[in-house]
Structures are given as C-alpha cells and as structure tokens.
Ligand binder design. Sequence first.
Ligand SMILES: Cc1cc2nc3c(=O)[nH]c(=O)nc-3n(C[C@H](O)[C@H](O)[C@H](O)COP(=O)(O)O)c2cc1C
Ligand code: SF4
Ligand code: FES
Length: 560
Amino acid sequence: MMKNKLKDKITLRPRGRKVDFEVLSALEKLLNTDFYRRDHLIEYLHIIQDTHGAITKDYMTALASLMGISLTEVYEVATFYHHFDVVESDDDKPPALTVRVCDSVSCEMNGAKKLAQTLDNYFKGTVRIQKVPCIGRCQSAPAAVVKMNPVDNATFEKVKKAINDKAYTPEIPNYINLESYIADGGYKIYRSICDEKISSDDAVNILESSELKGLGGAGFPAGRKWRILRDQQAPRLLAVNIDEGEPGTFKDRYYLESDPHRFFEGMLIASKVVGIDKIYIYLRDEYPAVKIIMEKELDKIKAKFDGIPEIEMRRGAGAYICGEESAMIESIEGKRGMPRLRPPFVAQVGLFGRPTLEHNMETLFWIRDILDKGASWFADQGVNGRKGFRSFSVSGRVKQPGVHLAPAGITVQELIDDYAGGMKEGHSFYGYFPGAASGGILPASMNNIPLDFGTLEEHGCFIGSAAVVILSDKDRARDAAKTTIDFFKHESCGKCTPCRAGTSKASELMKSEQWDTDLLQDLSQTMSDASICGLGQAASNPVKSVLKYFPNEVKDVSKA
Ligand SMILES: Cc1cc2nc3c(=O)[nH]c(=O)nc-3n(C[C@H](O)[C@H](O)[C@H](O)COP(=O)(O)O)c2cc1C
Ligand code: SF4
Ligand code: FES
C-alpha cells in the first residue's frame, strides 16, 4: 500500500476552541438527552438562551462537541436568529430583563419610538430595551413585551408596572378547549374521513370547488396542492406555517388564541386525506401564549385519537424570513433560515428531502367548515366576483382595529366603514397598505379596488396575508415606506446581493428629505427582478408605491 507521506508528517493537535469540560457536563445535564438530533440544534440553543440569558462561546463549543458537528455550524445558526444573544463570555451578557418594543408600521405610527426612548432613558441600561419588528399585536399598537409578557397599548407606566410587578409571563386568553370543541360537534368531520363516510377523493374535490386559496400570502389553491402531494411518493410530511411575521398580520394568533381545535381538526383531516406520516408545526417565538395553549391541547389530542401521525412543534427564533416556506424547512432542519432555490419545489423535495405539504395555519383552519357546510358555503361568501372570505388584520387609524372576517373582494372603504368602525376621531383616510408591509401602499382615492388575490397586482400591490394598515392625514406614506424598508433590511437573510445590498442602499437613499427617484426606481426594479425569494422581490413595493402614488411627498432630486 502506498504511504501517505503528507499524513505521516502531520501531528494531530486540537484545533479551534477547546472544550471546557465543566461547561460540557453542565450542558449535558441541561439538555438531558441520550441522543443529540442535528435538526434540534435551534431547540438546544433555545434551552441555553432561556436558562442563561445568552449563549456564550464556551456553550457553543460544548454544544458542537456533544452534537459532533463543527463550531462553525453552531455559530452560524446561533448568530442568524435574532432571539439568540451570542456573547464571548458571562461578562458580556445583556441585562437579565429585556423589554421588546415593536417599531413596525402600526406601532411606529402610534408612538413606539418615543416609548422605547422614554424606557431607555428611565432604565439606563438596567433593563435592555430592544426595538423589534412586528410582534403580531398591531390592533393594540404600540405593543411591547416584558420578557414573555405582551403589553397592549403600551405606555411607559404600563411597562414600568409590569417590570415592577415582575409580570413576565403571558396571560392565557379564554379559548375553546378540546372538551368544549367536541361538545359542539368538533372532530365529527375528521371521524367521517377516518370512517370513509367522506372519501379522500371527495374531500379533495370539495376543497377544489370551494376555491380555498393558501392564506399565508401566495394564494395557491389548497385543493390543487393536496392533489399534487397525493401523487408524490410516501413518506410525506406536513409542515404548518405559524411564523406570521409579516408586519401588520395577526390573524393566525387571533384564531389560535380563541379556537385552536378548528385548526387541529383541519390539520388531521389534511394528514388523513393526503397521507401524511409526520407533522411539524413551526410557531413563531413571539407567541408564547399560543405555545402554551397548543402544547396543552396537542397532548390531549394525542391521548384522544389513535393512529394520528407523530406531531412535533418547533419554535422559531425571531427571523421573519423563516415564514418563507423553504426557509422554514431549513429552519426545522436546524439550519439558518435561508430560502432554497427552486425547482425542486417543497411539494416534491421538502423537509428532510421528503415531499412536503406546507400550509399556513389559517388555510387548515377552514377545512372542517368547508367539508361540513359544502364548497359553495365558502365560495359564495365573496363579493365583486371573488370567492370565499378573508380574515383581514386591520390596524392603523381606524376606530376598531382587529381581525375582521369579511368577503373576499370587499373594498378598503367598505372594510373601514362597515367592519372597522370608521376612521379614528380627528383622522381622515389618506392611504393604505392592502397587503401588509410587502403589499405596497395605495392612496385613499383608490378606495374601490376589490381586495383579493390577483386584483391588486396591476396597481403594483398584492393582498398577501390580508393585513390592511390604514394611514391618515397625520401620516406620510414615505415614512411608512421607510419603516418597512428598514424592516426588510433587518430581515434580509443575506443570501443574494440584490436583496442584501438593495434594502441597505434603499434605506440610505430614503433618509434624505429629497429622494433620488430615478436611482430608487432603478434599484427597486433590480431588487424585484433579481432577488431569489419573495422577501427581496417585494421589499421595494412600498418604495415604488410612494414614487407612483405619493410623488408630492418626495421632492425629486434626480431631475434637478
Ligand atoms: C418572505 C416571506 C415570508 C412569508 N411568511 C409567511 C408566514 O409568516 N406565514 C405563512 O403562512 N406564509 C408565509 N409566507 C408564504 C409561504 O412561503 C407559503 O406560501 C405559505 O406558507 C404556503 O401555505 P398556504 O398555501 O397555506 O398559504 C411567506 C413568504 C415569503 C416570501
Ligand atoms: S431575497 Fe433576501 S431574503 Fe430572499 S434569499 Fe435573497 S437575501 Fe435572502
Ligand atoms: S405589533 Fe407593532 S406593528 Fe404589529
């Protein structure tokens, strides 16, 4: 055998950071597992962060050693997610208590910046005051969170009181639990599917006729997705998307905090009809009350029903991009949430390389009622030629912000007048985001467009997750657009240049009182055309909207 001369000369010595055996042993005890799963890396990081208030380099080294992976792998994941505080050592840990103040559009319009500043001045570093993107409580803007406890319509006094009272945990709202849900006819449809009183073929046909579209934002027909998945080779997986990070959106939280079993029943029906072997539920970290509710109710379901697929819940870690379906799959696999290039599509090659049915939680929420009441019950709800209804998350300058269930195809004016109680006192309607942060901005003069998938695109907008933010004469569209571009800059995963550099550059250009409109237009178009995923493709929509519909707000320097 030939000798490898080079190898002979190498003396093996430990490279990189050395494992601290005391830390290693403490971590072993903390994680308390016989088998380290690579896809559980983010779960392990959560445990360290929750226990120690940060993740030190020693802990990352010990974790890499226990998992048998490189330190780089642990480091790149830990630093990707905003909810992990990666620090050199214990001396660099942030203060024990963090207060998060949302500074996305609706909160920003309601004084979030001033609130964060006042809190910062008062606590002077003893409490960490962090400005964070939308936490899904936009109907109660400005919203803050004291450790895990959300404070709605937050004021300095309210936050200070929560801190003084050490009120750190979320209140659990009243919701329909398993017992009440069953007493009211719940899981009847699921049982009909199991007993084949409703065949799987019929279920898919009904779903297709109902024209239920994916409610996560893309609007892909749900029935067609099920059909595609059924044609794929088993084992098949279901990944439920409850990342709900799109600023302005809070419908998923609303339904989960009031009627979680309607969603669980839809999830079990989908699993049965499509032939799902395992379910993963990805829940954003900003919804701790939902986590408590879901864990409790899922335990009951597992005890109640035989033969359901294994269900695993995964906790996001503060990264908006993980709502994008392929990024979510990467995150469930324990990696950085970076979107995959397609094809192949996740329906063919998804989670762990298996065909994956990926759904927004609300899409599954409506399945039970559609199968129970019939396809036309759902389809007939629409107006102006549209089908079904939408759960509009309405926030901004209206009297009654909240989730309003209204027909697809309703106009924004009808939504304001008939559902949201009209404009707030002293405010007149000026403009609106028809589809959350990425769906663009329209002026009040365009108040008669039916709101639905496919109706807004010709105006450079889209409905997305049906989050409508209402601006008034007290707001400027350019400020709202600046807030959103800063959000996208913060949340860009960095994988592709048009988005990573484009959001930064646009944010810089928009700081100036006078905009270089030619350059911004060019940059926006490049981002839309050349970015890998929907984040970068849509990030400049609000900028383009300002240029097109609110030109008076930005004095143009490019033509000077
Ligand atoms: C940047 C970005 C963020 C997204 N965030 C979410 C999200 O938070 N929740 C969600 O359900 N879908 C989100 N989506 C849409 C998903 O990629 C996917 O289309 C959806 O979850 C599919 O489920 P559905 O067909 O039931 O809507 C996002 C898409 C993009 C491009
Ligand atoms: S568009 Fe943005 S978020 Fe999407 S892959 Fe590129 S850098 Fe990442
Ligand atoms: S909670 Fe602040 S904008 Fe959504």
